[in-house]
Write a protein that binds this ligand. Structure first.
Ligand code: HEC
Length: 136
């Protein structure tokens, strides 16, 4: 659990800067945060569809990253832009689905994680469609 807590501590520091941005949909810091923190955590969950973990330690890594993803989504939720309906909907689904993935990892259920991984990906794409990524 120390690994998870250490990452959350870093996330809290990063978000101390992010939440003060005026426009969440044109935010280089958010973009970088997505690319360096959110995407790696989700990739661990998505990866189970290609290759399921072989041992308890491997499953524990998947579980931690799913929990982390749910936690990251809660932070993203605080950054709703002015037009926030689609934002709140997609981020709400992400929290729910990342939590389901964490539970599935706990019970070593690769099929469940593959399914929920697709649903998680839909929440990423859903928000990116509603709030297109701005060029630099
Ligand atoms: C609630 C909205 C929302 C959700 C959910 C969301 N994102 Fe994002 N994401 C954004 C926004 C907004 C940007 C663009 C920020 C900008 O361009 O200033 C972005 C940018 C990105 C980028 C950077 C793209 C680039 O061109 O550099 C990546 C990578 C990314 N998101 C991955 C993900 C992944 C993976 C998920 C799902 C696990 C996800 N995002 C879920 C809102 C969201």
């Amino acid at each position: 659990m120390t690994y998870y807590k250490a990452i959350l501590a870093c996330v809290a520091v990063i978000f101390a800067e992010l939440v003060f941005a005026d426009d969440a949909t044109s935010n280089p810091a958010l973009k970088q945060f997505m690319a360096t923190v959110v995407a790696p955590a989700s990739n661990v969950v998505f990866g189970v569809a290609n290759e399921a973990p072989k041992d308890d330690a491997g499953w524990a890594v998947v579980e931690k990253n799913a929990l982390l993803l749910a936690e990251l989504a809660k932070q993203i939720q605080k950054m709703s832009p002015a037009d926030h309906d689609a934002w709140d909907r997609q981020v709400g689904l992400l929290i729910e689905r990342a939590s389901i993935a964490a539970t599935a990892a706990k019970s070593h259920d690769a099929d469940k994680i593959s399914d929920i991984g697709n649903d998680i990906y839909e929440t990423c794409a859903g928000c990116h469609t509603a709030y297109p990524v701005k060029p630099k």
